[in-house]
Design a protein around this ligand. Structure first.
Ligand code: NAD
Length: 462
């Protein structure tokens, strides 16, 4: 889903809200529409876009100049918050779209944060440890004025990790001598004030968004309850009545994808097997399931997925090797998208076999594909609902840095799950009792309702 599609959906949802007599508690139709129109304009536009260049003296290629961004979309619901990604696909539109989605995600889950995102146009794989350290520290030098624990709090994202964040915190501390620095970034290593369980949080939350739906939510439904999504309802029933294990495939076997698949194979209540996993070069497939623990042990050593017989043997994995994109169209019940944006679109949507698609990555499905799946009875659990585990634990990490007290991993995961389940229940109830919109539309509605109400209460709308 690209920036224009996200903006268009905000517009459609806001227009629908404006026609609702109870919206913002404004009875006068004309006044409500006027106020809603100004909320729409504020939320469709971005507060601040900062572009800079990082100059790095490389190990062998002289000095290079790398584009870098920080985009702050909106902070009506709290300090700006969002990850920094290192990727060759980074551009201003992509970073802005991701910042908008952060505002919507944080509001949906009622976190005291607004939305931001950062990006550096590099493929980390092409740089040495020393070069990456320089790039990370220079990023902070360029943007420090706009960052801070009470202003804008970055975290890791695609291509970055706790090591990068620790370097960034170190640089921030040097620049802002004498100021509080631990809450300036989240996703730090535990030794450096990070939250236990942060690395696993997004993957765990993604699997929870699905397992809670097919297990607890389904059991909470009463016989006489009105269900308006008959096709999607049938999808859930068929899944839970399967005699054999439910099959799962995942695109992207990094931080998010590997943890989500591990959750699937460890899930005790209903048996799951992971039949396909992919990274940017390869898909591995085995209809009886792949040994995920062994694969994680192998990739944790810094390897890509094994892609030939010798590597498969070394990893102790039985699987056939396919093309990277095959993972999207393979025979599977559940497909977790945990790599990049816009991977399912008009050209390949009809080839997708999965009946549940979970957006672990941000914006991996175009709006057109989302509507197509809706018509087919395929359940799409949208990004801003499913992948919020990371930012929820980031919130706990930020809170922890304010009280300088360490929460245990059990406390962190329990708090995160409780917070996510609160939102799942509201969204799933709304989705299965409404008729003609996607689950993404429901999530945008809840989120934009809250943001508009905050804007109104803060006296920003007239
Ligand atoms: N890490 C988090 O806490 C978090 C939170 C919310 C959303 N996300 C989103 O989840 C996604 C994955 O994040 P991550 O932290 O696991 O990143 P990561 O860098 O650890 O892993 C990314 C994986 O995607 C694969 N990949 C990259 N480009 C690809 C391509 N063109 N085709 C197929 N596969 C490709 C990589 O090979 C790797 O396996 C990103 O889109 C990120 O924005 C991450």
């Amino acid at each position: 889903m690209e920036k224009q599609e996200t903006r268009q959906l905000i517009e459609t949802v806001m227009d629908k809200l404006a026609n609702r007599a109870d919206f913002l508690g404004i009875e006068d139709d004309e006044k409500r529409r006027k106020v809603s129109a100004s909320a729409k304009e504020i939320l469709k536009t971005t507060d601040k876009i900062i572009k800079s260049y990082i100059r790095v003296s490389t190990d062998g290629k002289g000095v290079i100049r790398i584009p870098a961004y920080r985009v702050q979309h909106n902070n009506i619901s709290g300090f700006y918050k969002g990850g920094i990604r290192f990727s060759e696909n980074v551009n201003e539109d992509e970073v802005e779209n991701l910042a908008i989605l952060m505002t919507l995600k944080n509001s949906l889950h009622r976190l005291p944060f607004g939305g931001a995102k950062g990006g550096v146009h590099v493929d980390s794989r092409n740089f040495s440890e020393r070069e990456l350290n320089l790039i990370s520290r220079k990023y902070v030098q360029r943007f420090a004025r706009d960052l801070g624990p009470n202003h804008d709090i970055p975290a890791p994202d695609l291509g970055t990790n706790e090591r990068v964040i620790d370097w960034m915190v170190g640089e921030y501390k040097t620049i802002k001598q004498g100021e509080a620095y631990l809450g300036s970034f989240t996703g730090k290593s535990v030794e450096n004030g990070g939250a236990k369980g942060r690395r696993e949080a997004t993957g765990k939350g993604i699997f929870l968004s699905y397992s809670w739906l097919i297990d607890q939510w389904l059991r909470l439904q009463k016989n006489d309850q009105q269900i308006n999504r008959q096709k999607q309802w049938q999808t859930l029933i068929n899944l839970t009545q399967k005699k054999e294990s439910i099959s799962v495939s995942v695109q992207g076997f990094g931080n998010v994808g590997s943890v989500a698949t591990l959750e699937a194979v460890k899930y005790q209540k209903i048996a799951h097997k992971v039949v396909a996993v992919s990274d940017q070069f390869t898909t591995l497939y085995h209809e009886d399931g792949i040994n995920i623990e062994r694969l994680i042990t192998y990739t944790n050593k810094g390897h890509d997925l094994p892609s030939n017989d010798e590597e498969l043997k070394k990893a102790g994995i039985k699987a056939s090797v396919r093309l990277a994109n095959d993972v999207l169209t393979i025979e599977t019940d559940v497909l977790i998208l945990a790599a990049i944006e816009d991977v399912i679109h008009k050209e390949n949507m009809e080839d997708v076999k999965a009946k549940v698609v979970i957006e672990g990555a941000n914006a991996p499905i175009t709006e057109e594909a989302d509507h197509y799946f809706e018509e087919q009875g395929t359940i799409v659990i949208p990004d801003i609902l499913a992948n919020a585990g990371g930012v929820i634990v980031s919130y706990l990490e930020w809170k922890q840095s304010r009280v300088t007290e360490l929460f245990s991993e059990e406390e962190i995961i329990a708090d995160m799950s409780e917070k996510m389940i609160e939102t799942f229940k509201i969204v799933y109830d709304m989705y299965f009792s409404s008729v003609d919109e996607t689950m993404r539309f429901n999530c945008f509605t809840l989120s934009l309702e809250r943001l508009s109400s905050l804007l109104y209460r803060h006296g920003k709308l007239y």
